[in-house]
Ligand binder design. Sequence first.
Ligand SMILES: *Cc1c(COP(=O)(O)O)cnc(C)c1O
Length: 236
Amino acid sequence: MKPLQAGNNETIALRLQEISQTLPDEVRLIAVSKTHPTETIIEAYEAGQRTFGESRVQELVAKYDELSSMYLDIQWHFIGPLQTNKVKYIAPFVDMIESVGSRRLLDEINKQALKHQRSIPVLLEVHIASEESKGGFSPSDLMEVVEHLYQFAEQYTGLRLCGLMTIATNTDDRGILEDEFAQMQNLWQQIKGSGLLAEPEYFTELSMGMSSDYPIAIAYGATMVRIGSSLFGSRN
Ligand SMILES: *Cc1c(COP(=O)(O)O)cnc(C)c1O
């Protein structure tokens, strides 16, 4: 793909169309708008995009405050590292938290959601990549967490467990990526078939794949891809 020219309105619409054409109907595009200004989000919105991914609390809250009254049907997904003490700022409005990688975070999201009398859709982040820097549950901890949520389901009504998320290793090695996405697909199917879901009808999402690797993720069953730079250009 050609590099994106910054500030060219038509380019975002065009790029959105190009990317959408490569996605099967059942795969949802999360437009990762982190670091980009609200004007960029509006451009994508006007071209039909509704779901946006942000990875910093302060930035998400500022964008929500600016856009929510005008653009009622934008859906905000939080996809970055989340500190427990900041959950309260996004709990009133966030549409999904994709990056839940600890029990403490699950408990805090549940607590804050209940304060607002809502149930927040969450994905459990799985650490499958070789890099230590990435967050998430290890595959073995993941099964324990799923069991815990099931066992104490009546306490976790502030959460709606909707699936899994991962960030694959940052590599061009197709074999490594295929292996990681295949592991995720297996885990996802294992949980789906485990009988350990309080609300199995909501466990439908497998969020994996970014600009550089999303076609491979789709081949392994991704239902949501999170695309930033190929849509909006490179970040500073
Ligand atoms: C930034 C980010 C993306 C998008 O990455 P691109 O390579 O720009 O497509 C996807 N997922 C997460 C969790 C991110 O932080």
